[in-house]
Design a protein around this ligand. Structure first.
Ligand code: HEM
Length: 120
């Protein structure tokens, strides 16, 4: 890679990681404030897994309760609001033919409402 490409990749990593991670932490803190019982179970779990010792990366996998809370925060407040793709070849989606060059956008929040949107 050229130096300019490495610099651009670093910028992408910085921007893609900083905003997402901080926003997730803020929403998670808000949810923990709203649901005291979640907060209690998360705290209990952290104390059980780590106790007084320093946290180790591998042990993060044991935090099942905290993972559930993080996933719920991501479900309720998706950080990437829209997925956008452009077709390069013709696609068939059910009965619909999508020619090349079509921009497809999927609002992530609508995934939560997929049951309501399904035809009955
Ligand atoms: C909770 C945290 C994060 C969430 C929810 C998240 C979400 C996403 C999503 C949904 C995409 C795909 C967007 C698309 O294809 O349209 C994406 C792409 C990307 N994310 Fe994250 N991200 C998170 C954290 C991070 C972190 C920590 C890093 C880097 C250290 C990172 C680096 C990237 C990069 C480089 C891409 C672009 C990949 C590509 O070129 O296709 N993200 N992220």
């Amino acid at each position: 890679m050229r130096l300019e490409e490495v610099i651009e990749e670093c910028k992408l990593f910085y921007l893609a990681s900083q905003e997402t991670t901080t926003t997730l932490i803020v929403w998670t803190m808000i949810l923990l404030c709203m649901h005291q019982n979640w907060q209690e179970s998360a705290r209990e779990e952290v104390l059980q897994v780590f106790g007084d010792k320093e946290s180790r990366f591998e042990e993060l996998n044991y935090l099942k309760e905290l993972h559930k809370i993080l996933h719920e925060a991501l479900r309720l407040y998706p950080l990437a609001s829209l997925f956008t793709r452009i077709t390069t070849i013709e696609y068939k989606l059910g009965e619909i033919i999508i020619p090349p060059g079509v921009i497809l956008s999927m609002p992530v929040i609508l995934q939560n409402f997929s049951f309501e949107l399904s035809p009955t």
